[in-house]
Ligand binder design. Structure first.
Ligand SMILES: [Zn+2]
Length: 296
């Protein structure tokens, strides 16, 4: 188990760094959702983003949901992250796949599409969640998030998200980082950092070379006063249960539920996030009907 999520600062706290290796997490998700290679890369980048962004939330009950839907063959991809680095998500079409692009890379923007929005929903336990959208910029996800941070949060950010898929479809390496310039940071720091980020190898290459995410940060921020603040283990999670799924079933209404019951049918619902199947037998449907009537 190598997955690790790090919060750090550099340049006397003017640079904020959130970085993670998410190989195990993304591998688990890719198996759970049985995704094709390009879908795996898109889903893995989104899960990594969800884990990084979730970990920036202050309170354990806070959640952040990131959704991208550009009208492409992947359909929408949605992830929800929590403050401890846990994340869950789904991709509408796990079979979405395209030939590699000219650079020999998985064509993530090709399956996401460019005709749509990236939406961030922060639920901080207030009456209303905070919702903000930006148009999709490249469909590669990392650039879209950088654009979101700059436009919606006025925080200049560099975002990298990488998922390397093996020929057998498994995830060789996955990881990402969000690097932000905080208010008061000298412009020169941003210039030096941009230059540095352009000249370094990409993140998955460094991870493949055997570096930990911490070593990657030590390399990027050499001589820049890197300070590790916190480490967490990013994990895949789901909070579904028979009870929660039953609530979803209740929303179809008494009439439809009565019909299922009268026709002696059973019902199966699948959790989008973890693909767990929930069965509702004849007597379960009867119990739900009783519950509706009791609450009516
Ligand atoms: Zn679930």
């Amino acid at each position: 188990m190598m997955d690790n999520l790090i919060h750090a600062t550099a340049h006397d706290g003017f640079v904020r760094i959130i970085a993670a290796e998410t190989t195990d997490l993304v591998n688990e998700a890719v198996q759970q959702h049985n995704t094709m290679p390009t879908a795996s890369a898109a889903f893995g980048r989104m899960l990594t983003a969800g884990s990084l962004m979730g970990s920036m939330m202050k309170n354990p009950q806070d959640t952040i949901t990131v959704q991208i839907n550009g009208g492409g063959i992947s359909g929408g991809v949605l992830v929800t992250g929590k403050s401890d680095g846990r994340v869950k998500g789904y991709i509408e079409n796990p079979d979405a796949d395209l030939p590699q692009n000219d650079a020999g890379k998985l064509n993530v923007s090709g399956i996401i599409g460019l005709d749509g929005k990236l939406t961030v929903i922060m639920d901080l336990g207030m009456k209303e969640p905070y919702v903000s959208s930006v148009p999709i910029y490249t469909g590669e996800i990392a650039e879209d998030l950088a654009y979101y941070y700059t436009v919606s949060e006025q925080t200049p950010s560099a975002v990298a998200l990488g998922v390397l898929i093996e020929t057998d479809g498994s995830v060789k390496k996955s990881g990402g980082f969000i690097i932000q310039m905080l208010p008061g940071a000298h412009e020169m720091i941003a210039d030096i950092l941009m230059f540095r980020l352009q000249e370094i190898p990409n993140l998955t290459t460094m991870l493949c070379d055997g570096n930990t995410i911490k070593e990657v940060l030590e390399f990027i921020f050499e001589d820049m006063g890197l300070k590790i603040l916190e480490e967490k283990v990013p994990k895949l999670y789901c909070d579904c249960s028979q009870e929660r799924v039953a609530k979803a079933l209740l929303t179809i209404g008494e009439k439809d539920l009565q019909e299922l019951y009268d026709d002696n049918k059973t019902e199966e619902l699948v959790c989008h996030f973890c693909n767990t199947k929930y069965h509702f037998e004849h007597e379960d449907l009867g119990a739900l009907l009783d519950e509706i009537r009791k609450n009516a």
